[in-house]
Ligand binder design. Structure first.
Ligand SMILES: Nc1ncnc2c1ncn2[C@@H]1O[C@H](COP(=O)(O)OP(=O)(O)O)[C@@H](O)[C@H]1O
Ligand SMILES: [Mg+2]
Length: 250
């Protein structure tokens, strides 16, 4: 894992997580490209401060294909899956109260703006990108756009916007299909097997987070997807009856 403090206003992910949990949130602006209320904020506890994203549940637009739970809750689950896999795909993310009520708060990634994201999204030999594709298969991500790739100056790769994920039915929609049908790497299979084991234990940290924010069938579907990936040992194919690539892809 590369050092990511350069992306988080000098904070390590664990310090950043503490700050997100206990700091005071000040709204600085709205991210205009965002369809739901996605607010750019600063979180500060006097000693440290960092930029963050705050998505209040109250600002969520109802979606016909995600009728249950909240998008913020799905982002929290995505972070928990990322942590369980150990690949740090999702920046530190917490569920808490904020200026517009409860929602998700995530550290802002000060990305490397010199990276050509379109070219990055097409790479085939990039281990972090390939792991992100596996992570997306696990969370059943319906919105992996090119603009949701956040490479850091230190060479780590984060992803954002995981609210439209974790549906029960297979709805993987992504720009990262370049490995479809190819074998999963040995270390990837090991991590997936470890997560499958955690999900067999209803008291594991991961199972408890999923249980809190998802419906029973949705939480069970996470376990099924992980077990299927381990069983088949390959990157998944697009579903025949669902658009495979998000629109617009950027
Ligand atoms: N944690 C983050 N760090 C850096 N940039 C982010 C982060 N979260 C979101 N963004 C940027 O803000 C844009 C809008 O946020 P996003 O989560 O995609 O909102 P929406 O759910 O409305 O699409 C993203 O495309 C990305 O460019
Ligand atoms: Mg988005």
């Amino acid at each position: 894992m590369r050092d990511t403090a350069d992306a988080f206003d000098g904070l390590s992910p664990s310090l950043g997580l503490e700050l997100l949990l206990h700091g005071e949130i000040t709204v600085k602006g709205r991210l205009t490209a965002a369809s739901n209320a996605t607010l750019y904020c600063e979180v500060s506890d006097g000693a440290h401060s960092a930029a963050c994203v705050y998505k209040p549940v109250a600002g969520e637009r109802p979606l016909w294909d995600f009728p249950d739970g909240t998008l913020a809750g799905r982002e929290i689950c995505a972070y928990a899956v990322s942590e369980a896999l150990g690949w740090e795909v999702v920046p530190p993310t917490v569920h808490r109260d904020g200026p517009f009520g409860e929602g998700m708060v995530q550290l802002w990634v000060h990305g490397d703006t010199t990276v050509d994201l379109v070219a990055l999204s097409r790479e085939t030999g990039n281990t972090a990108l390939r792991r992100m594709a596996v992570f997306d298969a696990v969370i059943n991500n319906s919105d992996r756009k090119i603009g949701h790739l956040l490479p850091t100056p230190g060479g780590h790769l984060y992803g954002c916007d995981h609210g439209v994920s974790l549906a029960e039915d297979y709805k993987l929609r992504t720009v990262l299909w370049q490995w479809q049908g190819q074998p999963l790497a040995e270390d990837v299979l090991e991590r997936l097997a470890a997560v499958a084991e955690q999900l067999q234990d209803a008291d594991s940290a991961l199972a408890r987070v999923l249980d809190r924010h998802l419906t029973g069938p949705e939480a069970y579907a996470v376990r099924s997807r992980v077990e299927l990936l381990v069983h088949h040992g390959i990157h998944p194919y697009p579903a025949p009856d669902w658009p495979a690539v998000p629109w617009p892809p950027v």
